[in-house]
Design a protein around this ligand. Structure first.
Ligand SMILES: Cc1ncc(C[n+]2csc(CCOP(=O)(O)OP(=O)(O)O)c2C)c(N)n1
Ligand SMILES: [Mg+2]
Length: 729
């Protein structure tokens, strides 16, 4: 019998239905042993052999015993969080028999312990997660337990937000088709009932049905999302009824606590997906006997009778009873199996408790790629100019084409990016190619597989990119306007930027998000003119660049496309077609390292640190001020890259001039300049002859009328006034 962890309080470990030791003693041993039943077993058990049923039992029992062990460890404060898969085991063990480890791709959720066990994650590895061991293969002690992830099993690192997994699974399933169009491997995404309320669930269904993807949705409906019952979560209380209108979606429902019923139902769904008939959704009704997590006590909102009725369906009790009744195993065998499991978990626990915790100095590891460093000299190239000067929009378009020719993994998608989605019309029309024409002609040259339109669903544009990138593609997604990036914010902040760090370097997401940004075009108003870059530079793991000239746009975009990190590539709309920032084509291998500022104009008496549309305005302001003060010269530095930014260039310039302004188009308060000013104040205080100046937009929205817009956004005169103020010191 497995050893009790010192101090373990069995009776109080879980307030509800922890399975008792020796529970099988109450079961009469009515039937004969397995060998005599084998002949008819396959027919009686939906084609499953007794050894497969026994394996399923092992998985289910191991999963529950692991939960019990973790509960005990949590109560002893030897682990720091526990969430169980209790009550969900049967449907997961059934699915485990149908999936192909290492071939199919999985986006499981936190209750999928039995599923992960059946695919090959070991009890020891699970306990390494629980203790937060440095060697925990899922996250190296960075994520909570039950946040699965194992590259060798194609289990993609799982985060905590409910629902973000759906659109990523779409991208992953899409990537499978690029890998091998004929493959019958599938992608699985699972969730609880509550998570289906998230918009991403519906975005994912829409995309999956539209593209007839081999994607299986498994909804493990335990009737509650923490304390919220399903009828307050889902109109009518049944998600499978709600989705009935999706074309091509195979929908099925089962009792997820009934192993064989689950197996039958999932088999049909898996076969449907493998046959490439389209996506499938299985709605499995399960129970949740251990409350939501150890931080929750379901007795506060679930009455005793309801809990008692659920307990009757507990699969870790009903399934072995069934196996004994059917003569698949006898009591003795059962006792041996459970004993073996208990010993394994006992040993694994003691081993995991001895594991080393993550070293404090590793906290910054795996934020960025350790294979490709986009800030390195490797990306420093001399231009080899050819042809006439081109606008920023032209060079962006050319660079995309050149890199798509070079790298067949690059896919470009977003709203209106294609030339014409209806291919038959391509010969009849000029083509759209993006609302700003940056992607014009890509579909024509590279086909609709590599440049395509998506629904207006920003979370899924980014989520799909994440799923594709996790599987080796190089997605280049366009968000049509910066003002509409917000539906994708959770995908960007909680997923795109965290993927590498949270998986301890096991997964990466080198997607590029191109985003037109900024005002000064007149008429854009509040929803087509905003900036807000500092919200993104505040996100660890994300590279943020914002070129102000055509040549920089070309070099930085190429670096973004060749690097291994997620990049937010901000394209200022006002700068797309300016005459003054044009450049001849600098060559097909021209790159610019991230984190290198450009000295726009040297000077001795004042530095302006800026980027984007304010580079040119700062130049004009500097020229005007220098005209008034002939003894003064003003230095203008274009950061170009905001995360990382070129601190050395800032330092060198401020040490030379002793006066500095940070100027940006975004609102002043909590803007990008706040961080730079704070750092200058902290590290360069002794070099300063004047306070650090800042110029930014008024702390409001950009207005529609040009007079209003002009008053809100910083102008050349605003910059000149601040220059004068600092020069007076
Ligand atoms: C986006 C988001 N909102 C809220 C939460 C907090 N939260 C975690 S699990 C959960 C309930 C999920 O319920 P369900 O999808 O039914 O799964 P179950 O836990 O019942 O298996 C909530 C609200 C979260 N993790 N993510
Ligand atoms: Mg639920």
């Amino acid at each position: 019998m497995y050893g009790v962890v010192p101090g373990e309080n069995r009776a109080g470990a879980v307030k509800s239905a922890q399975i008792p030791l020796h529970w099988w003693r109450g079961i009469p041993d009515l039937t004969s042993p397995v060998t005599r039943q084998t002949a008819s077993a396959a027919e009686r058990f939906d084609g499953l052999q007794p050894d497969e049923l026994i394996r399923a039992f092992r998985i289910m029992h191991t999963a529950r015993r692991l939960d019990d062990r973790e509960v005990a460890l949590k109560r002893q404060n030897r682990i720091f969080f526990q969430i169980s898969g209790a009550g969900h085991e049967a449907v997961q063990a059934a699915l485990g028999l149908l999936l192909r480890p290492g071939q199919d791709w999985l986006y499981p959720y936190y209750r999928d312990r039995a599923l992960c066990l059946s695919l090959g994650v070991t009890p020891y590895e699970m306990l390494q997660q629980a203790v937060g061991a440095a060697a925990d293969p899922a996250s190296g002690g960075r994520q909570m337990p039950s946040h699965w992830g194992q590259p060798k099993l194609n289990i993609v690192t799982r985060s905590s937000p409910t629902g973000t997994q759906f659109v990523q699974a779409v991208g992953c399933a899409e990537a499978g088709l690029y890998e091998d169009e004929q493959s019958d491997n599938i992608t699985l995404v699972s969730s609880g009932d509550g998570a289906t309320s998230e918009g991403e669930f519906w975005e994912a269904l829409n995309a999956a049905c539209m593209k007839r993807l081999p994607l299986l949705f498994l909804v493990e409906d335990n009737g509650y999302a923490i304390s919220v019952p399903v009828e307050c979560q889902t109109a009518g209380g049944s998600v499978s009824k709600l989705v009935s209108g999706f074309p091509g979606l195979h929908i099925d429902e089962c009792d997820g606590t009934d192993f064989l019923a689950s197996y039958r139902t999932l088999k049909r769904a898996v076969e449907y997906c493998r046959a490439r008939s389209g996506p499938a959704l299985v709605h499995a009704h399960v129970i949740r006997p251990y409350s939501h997590s150890l931080s929750d006590d379901e007795r506060l909102y679930k009455p005793p009778a309801e809990r008692a009725a659920e307990a009757e369906r507990d699969p870790v009790l009903t399934f072995p009873k069934f196996l004994i009744d059917e003569g698949v195993i006898d009591r003795h065998m059962l006792q041996n199996i459970t004993h073996e499991i208990d010993v394994e978990i006992h040993d694994a626990t003691h081993q995991a408790l001895r594991d080393e915790p993550p070293a404090p100095e590793t906290a910054l590891q795996h934020l960025y790629s350790d294979k490709i460093d986009p800030t390195s000299e490797e990306f420093s190239a001399q231009p080899d100019f050819q042809g006439e000067p081109k606008t920023m929009v032209d060079l962006l378009n050319t660079t995309l084409k050149e890199e798509m020719r070079r790298n067949s993994n690059i896919l470009v998608f977003g709203e209106d990016v294609a030339d014409a989605s209806r291919e038959q019309n391509l010969g009849l029309v000029k083509g759209k190619g993006g609302v700003f024409k940056v992607t014009a002609g890509l579909q024509r040259e590279f086909g609709s597989r590599r440049s395509f339109n998506t629904p207006i669903a920003e979370a899924s544009i980014v989520g799909r990119a994440i799923g594709m990138a996790a599987r080796g593609l190089k997605p280049v997604a366009e968000i049509q306007f910066f003002d509409y990036i917000w539906p994708a914010m959770m995908q960007i902040r909680d997923e795109l930027a965290t993927l590498r760090w949270r998986s301890n370097g096991a997964f990466s997401c080198p997607a590029v998000l191109r985003v037109p940004i900024g005002g000064y075009l007149n008429g854009g108003a509040i929803y087509h003119s905003q900036c807000g870059e500092s919200i993104f530079t505040h996100i660890p793991g994300l590279r943020v660049v914002m070129p102000s000239t055509a040549i920089d746009a070309c070099g930085l975009l190429r670096t973004a496309l060749r690097c291994d990190d997620p990049v937010l590539f901000l394209e200022h709309k006002k700068l797309y077609r300016e005459p003054y920032n044009r450049s001849p084509h600098p060559g097909v291998d021209f790159t610019i390292p991230f984190g290198r500022a450009r000295l726009v104009k040297p000077g001795h008496d004042l530095t302006v640190i800026t980027y984007g549309a304010l580079v040119q305005k700062s130049l004009l302001a500097a020229t005007a001020v220098e005209k008034r003060r002939p003894q003064v010269s003003i230095e203008v530095v274009d950061l170009r890259s905001l995360a990382p930014y070129d601190w050395e260039a800032i330092r060198a310039s401020v040490e030379k001039t002793s006066r500095v302004i940070i100027a940006h188009e975004d609102c002043l308060s909590w803007g990008f300049g706040a961080e730079i000013a704070a750092r200058i104040g902290s590290e360069l205080f002794t070099s300063l002859d004047a306070p650090v100046g800042r110029v930014g937009a008024l702390d409001t929205w950009v207005g529609y009328h040009p007079q209003l817009e002009a008053a809100i956004l910083p102008q050349t005169e605003t910059l000149a006034a601040e220059m004068e103020r600092l020069l007076e010191y």
